[in-house]
Design a protein around this ligand. Structure first.
Ligand code: NAD
Ligand code: MG
Length: 415
């Protein structure tokens, strides 16, 4: 029996994890579930899985959850706040931790699971992007095994030999090829990108995911974050990681060997496949997915990415090359930009502009510890707020001069 903590159980990856877990009550037992604010969803999950602990960030939501559990006679203990996430990630009775919180909010609990030597199923890519070295070191020292959940990295993991121990050259690997669907705007002309809406950006053609990663897919920052993620997971040089656009999302990624062989992992785009793979590893279990029908799909297409229309991919490579604070700064600026875009405060094309400005202003400096990462994150968020204030000021001035100009023109017309 494998005892599980699922961090971010109410999200898209979290719900998919519970779907797989429910199919195998003989293998998995849920010890802890966590959510940010959605008490009703967490209560429903507690009803089904009867975990020992349920963690929720907000005190009001914790109160509502505790009342609901009491009314239904469910003996789950409610914990509240960010520290409780670290606690349930490192409980002695837990074997496996699914890290599926979105953003840097998931960093500390992911590191706690690594330090505690858990089998760490890593969906929270922002943890590796911001703190790659710190997290990999914590896993080594703590004796944790990291299994990638991101479909591309899970595919690479499956295409590498079992003997891979952190040296790509030692197992004859030349390159890692990460596939990218290209997102909902793969064919959208540059001029139209400025006007796309949050809902259009979240309408991914192949995957149903949370809104943050959906916007990241639309800007292609998701692929940029995944390049950085691959650097740490597989100890790859940036030049060894290549991105190829593959609109069907059937080939999830590939590994090229020095003898010219290329090994890929294929499947329908359904996160339950990598989740089931990692949960059961090294066994294989039923994931509830539809099986691949290649004859029905017919053709698979590949093309090079366009970093002019999608500058975020270039920015991520640059941050990776720069190293130090730069990836954490890239991530923080992206989190702020995506949140502002989803709130309707900035345009889609301003996401990359904000990130580029913040990278140029505050990306230098070293990162040795978790505190360094958190300081870089905080500085980048402050810098992003500065950029937004300048932008709003400039937009206000532009509006004022347009109004002035039109009043002058009207006056001129009258006279
Ligand atoms: P989501 O938005 O659907 O869910 C996020 C989860 O994190 C929720 O349970 C939410 O309650 C929790 N959360 C959010 N902010 C929090 C905070 N401040 N404190 C505590 N908990 C918080 O996101 P998702 O799509 O499931 O993605 C989760 C992670 O997995 C992301 O890092 C994403 O990049 C990665 N990922 C997702 C997919 C996918 O198919 N959805 C695929 C690959 C990788
Ligand atoms: Mg992915």
């Amino acid at each position: 029996m494998q005892n599980l903590t699922i961090l971010g159980s109410t999200g898209s990856v979290g719900a998919n994890t519970l779907d797989v877990v429910e199919r195998h009550p003989d293998r998995f037992r849920v010890v802890a579930l966590t959510a940010h604010t959605r008490a009703a969803t967490l209560l429903a999950q507690c009803r089904t899985h009867r975990p020992r602990y349920a963690v929720i960030a907000h005190p009001d939501a914790a109160e509502a959850l505790a009342t609901g559990l009491r009314d239904e006679g469910i003996a789950t203990e409610v914990l509240c706040g960010a520290d409780a996430l670290e606690r349930v990630a490192s409980l002695a009775e837990v074997d496996t931790v699914m890290a599926a919180i979105v953003g840097i909010a998931g960093l500390k609990s992911t590191i706690a699971a690594a330090r505690a030597g858990k089998k760490l199923l890593l969906a929270n890519k922002e943890a590796l992007v911001t703190a790659g070295e710190v997290l990999m070191h914590a896993a080594r020292v703590g004796g944790a095994t990291i299994l990638p959940i991101d479909s591309e990295h899970n595919a690479v993991f499956q295409a590498l030999p079992r003997t891979f121990a952190g040296e790509l050259a030692a197992v004859g690997v030349r390159r890692i090829l990460l596939t990218a669907s290209g997102g909902p705007f793969r064919l959208t002309p540059s001029a139209e990108l400025e006007l796309v809406t949050p809902d259009a950006a979240c309408a991914h053609p192949n995957w149903r995911m949370g809104r943050k990663i959906s916007v990241d897919s639309a800007t292609m920052m998701n692929k940029g974050l995944e390049v950085i993620e691959a650097r740490w997971l597989f100890n790859a040089e940036p030049r060894q990681i290549e991105v190829v656009i593959h609109p069907q999302s059937v080939v999830h990624s590939l590994v090229e060997y020095i003898d010219g062989s290329v090994i890929a992992q294929l499947g329908n785009p359904d996160m339950r496949t990598p989740i089931a793979h990692a949960l059961a590893y090294p066994d294989r279990i039923d994931a509830g997915v539809d099986f691949l029908d290649l004859a029905r799909i017919g053709a698979l297409h590949f093309q090079a990415p366009d970093t002019v229309r999608f500058p975020c991919l270039r920015l991520a490579y640059e941050a990776l090359e720069q190293g130090g604070r730069a990836p954490a700064v890239l991530n923080a600026a992206n989190e702020v930009a995506v949140e502002r875009f989803l709130a309707g405060a900035i345009r889609f094309t301003e996401i990359a502009q904000l990130i580029e400005a913040v990278l140029s202003r505050c990306a230098s400096g070293h990162v040795l510890t978790l505190d360094d990462v958190l300081a870089a994150d905080e500085a980048a968020r402050a810098c992003a707020q500065g950029w937004l204030a300048e932008r709003n000021h400039a937009a206000g001035n532009a509006r004022a001069s347009t109004a002035l100009l039109s009043s002058v023109t009207r006056t001129g017309t009258r006279s």
